[in-house]
Design a binder for this molecule. Structure first.
Ligand SMILES: [Fe+2]
Length: 228
């Protein structure tokens, strides 16, 4: 039987992120190409339906009323999940410590702002919270998956939904307080005399940030499977 697209993504993520070595550029590009062909329907979301009930057994993307996380998989090496947003909601500026994140917008439009820390030479010393903007613009599905790395690609980002939208994320390794990979939130203060740069200040998780959970209704993912 042909594997589902989410199974192919799981198997490939497992092969790339469960290995001992860091993933190669080629492997990341391979994962990106797999993520690129995934659509909302492949993870059990009906992106078009305006009214409940949606097609039986699917999450109705247009009826999502708060930021909603659909958990698909998590192990020590990586996690796969989908964030659904209602229009107008912002997921505030946060980081992905030591993580590689591949993201595919499944439907809708988003405004994304992303920064990387400005480092002194190649050391890991930050300059007093100085960060450079690497992404500042609107993204509409369908578009290529984005990839952020521990030190590049916009590791610290905020997302504002311009329409109802959903993003499929593969995170490696996953967030873990225990393993020293918490999510930290920031305020950004642009520097008028230095366009494209801002000072980022850590802050507590915003009190108005609510992330609801929803069950995964897509095709089952066999976590015992073989190679990609
Ligand atoms: Fe994020």
């Amino acid at each position: 039987m042909e594997r589902t697209k989410i199974q192919v993504l799981y198997d490939a993520s497992n092969a790339v992120f469960s290995q001992k070595e860091l993933p190669s550029f080629k492997q990341i590009q391979w994962l990106k190409s797999i993520l690129d062909v995934l659509e909302a329907v492949d993870v059990g979301i009906d992106e078009f339906s305006l009214h409940r009930p949606s097609i039986k057994g699917r999450i109705c993307g247009q009826a999502v009323s708060e930021i909603t996380y659909i958990h698909i998989h998590e192990c020590d090496s990586f996690s796969i999940g989908v964030f659904c947003f209602p229009a107008g909601v912002t997921f505030p500026l946060h980081d992905h410590p030591g993580m590689t994140v591949l993201s595919k917008i499944l439907y809708g439009s988003l405004y994304i702002k992303a920064y990387d820390w400005v480092k002194v030479d190649k050391s890991s010393c930050r300059i007093n919270g100085l960060a450079g903007a690497v992404v500042d613009g609107m993204f509409n599905a369908p578009c290529e998956p984005s990839i952020l790395f521990p030190r590049s690609g916009g590791n610290i980002h905020s997302l504002t939904a311009l329409t109802p939208c959903a993003i499929l994320d593969v995170l490696s390794p996953p967030y873990s307080e225990e393993m020293g990979r918490p999510s930290t939130y920031f305020s950004d203060f642009p520097i008028p005399s230095l366009p494209g740069y801002a000072i980022l200040e850590e802050k507590d998780m915003p009190q108005d940030l609510v992330v609801a959970g929803a069950p995964y209704l897509g095709p089952p993912v066999d976590e015992a499977t073989m190679l990609a």
